[in-house]
Design a protein around this ligand. Structure first.
Ligand code: ADP
Ligand code: MG
Length: 346
């Protein structure tokens, strides 16, 4: 089938006097692993619940596979949701939890048994199939919740911060598993997170929300390399933001010029710490003094103070063959490769 798998058309949600999601449009393609990324309270859960049919939108429509499903409940659309708190049935075993949805849907019992075994294999829970949820670790409970959603073979799997409750090591392991699952079943995932690193690692497309609006979308590289606003630049990764002025669609900085369409006035030049160089031949150069140098493991984090007091953070590799670094107090010339600079409103 052509066209997007999911299409949202001027969808919005107002709770009494709070507008959690302003009218927005969004298309999600078949096979996408899409991350909805934004700080707490920006409307991610509200949007996901409208896609899943758990919450009626105030305006707009939801189309799945070209069909208007706006008025349909969760069980009547080809989506399934993994909730933040897992929501497992405490009195049912792992296998029963996974088999419950297909049973309610009236699937053939023999087929259900086969599907449950297939899911147990997929999420590596064969050994604990007969346990109750209370006897499982957090990561195992998470995998049951995933299996329970996947066994319904939804066209779209909705995941609301599914890894937020796990400790860092387990979260990393589950991220790898989610990626592998997505590949193995070839489905479409919409994944809510407030963790930019997680979004960049997992998704092939990131949609960034701020205060109920989509403020940027693109590949992880797009949103990291080409932030459209100060908010995106600071929310996705570390960013240096250098005050400058735009005159005649150009920004003059460090002896060089950046093309920057837009009205004249104050702007910020954004550059990532890993893009700043110590290359004195760079067409854009800023003179400063090395104020601090911190060993961060895989990289050194340098703080350079410019003449006007602005601080610039620079990440340099710390591997065995890394170039030697200047000493604290030394004068340094920073290079800003023009292609790595973005210009945003202040
Ligand atoms: N049932 C509700 N009634 C009133 N306000 C709500 C309700 N649910 C969410 N909100 C508000 O809507 C906004 C977005 O919430 P939510 O979608 O949960 O954001 P997120 O998932 O990004 O943290 C917040 O300001 C929140 O307080
Ligand atoms: Mg939420």
């Amino acid at each position: 089938m052509s066209g997007p798998l999911l299409r949202l058309d001027t969808i919005s949600k107002t709770y009494r006097d709070v507008t959690a999601v302003h009218p927005l449009d969004l298309e999600v393609g078949r096979g996408d692993f899409l991350a909805l990324l934004g700080p707490s309270g920006c409307g991610k859960t509200t949007l996901l619940r409208m896609i899943g049919g758990f919450l009626p939108p105030t305006t707009g429509r939801v189309e799945i596979e070209g069909r208007d499903v706006t008025a349909l409940g969760p069980e009547k659309r080809n989506t399934n949701m993994v909730f933040q708190g897992y929501g497992l049935f405490p009195h049912m075993t792992v296998a029963q939890n996974i088999g419950y949805g297909p049973k309610i849907a009236g699937r053939d019992p023999e087929q259900i048994d086969l599907d449950v075994v297939r899911m147990l294999n997929l999420v590596h829970l064969n050994a604990v199939a007969d346990r109750l949820p209370a006897a499982l670790s957090g990561g195992q409970q998470q995998r049951v919740a995933l299996a329970r959603a996947l066994v319904m073979r939804p066209a779209i799997l909705l995941l609301d911060e599914p890894l937020a409750a796990l400790d860092l090591k387990l979260r990393k392991a589950m991220q790898d598993e989610l990626k592998a699952l997505h590949k193995a079943i070839g489905g479409t995932f919409i994944f809510v997170t407030h963790d930019q690193g997680e979004a960049i690692d997992l998704a092939n497309r990131i949609v960034i929300m701020e205060a109920g609006r989509i403020v940027q979308q693109g590949t992880p590289e797009d949103v990291y390399r080409r932030p459209a606003s100060r908010f995106v630049a600071s929310f996705v990764g570390d960013a240096n933001m250098l005050p400058a002025r735009r005159v005649g669609a150009e920004v003059a900085i460090g002896g060089g010029r950046l093309p920057a369409p837009g009205v004249d006035g104050d702007v910020l030049v954004v550059i990532r710490p890993d893009d700043v160089t110590l290359d004195a031949t760079c067409p854009i150069g800023l003179d400063g003094t090395l104020a601090e140098c911190r060993f961060m493991g895989p990289y050194q984090r340098l703080t350079v103070t410019l003449a006007d007091g602005t601080q610039v953070i620079v990440h340099r590799p710390s591997g065995a063959d890394a170039a030697p670094l200047p000493g604290v107090g030394d004068a340094v010339r920073l290079g800003l490769p023009p292609a790595a600079c973005s210009v945003v409103a202040p």
